[in-house]
Ligand binder design. Structure first.
Ligand SMILES: [Zn+2]
Length: 72
């Protein structure tokens, strides 16, 4: 299902890019909206990813270093 063509013909709206505070086209022509481009979007996603990453970096002590050593 495609959106009605009338949406495509609307004049592009511009918003402020959250990353660089520059002009960003808020429309179908900008897949990275509300960011002005892919770079600004990646920067924002990177900030989130870093916080996520720190949680996942918790020391994993479950590594099995001492296997069963039943010497008979
Ligand atoms: Zn930007």
């Amino acid at each position: 299902m495609n959106p009605p063509e009338t949406l495509e013909t609307q004049p592009p709206r511009t918003v402020t890019c959250p990353t660089c505070s520059g002009d960003s086209i808020y429309g179908t022509s900008n897949p990275h909206r509300p960011f002005c481009g892919e770079r600004c979007r990646n920067i924002d996603l990177g900030n989130w990813a870093n916080e996520d990453f720190r949680v996942q970096l918790a020391p994993d002590v479950s590594t099995d270093l001492t296997g069963p050593c039943s010497i008979d």
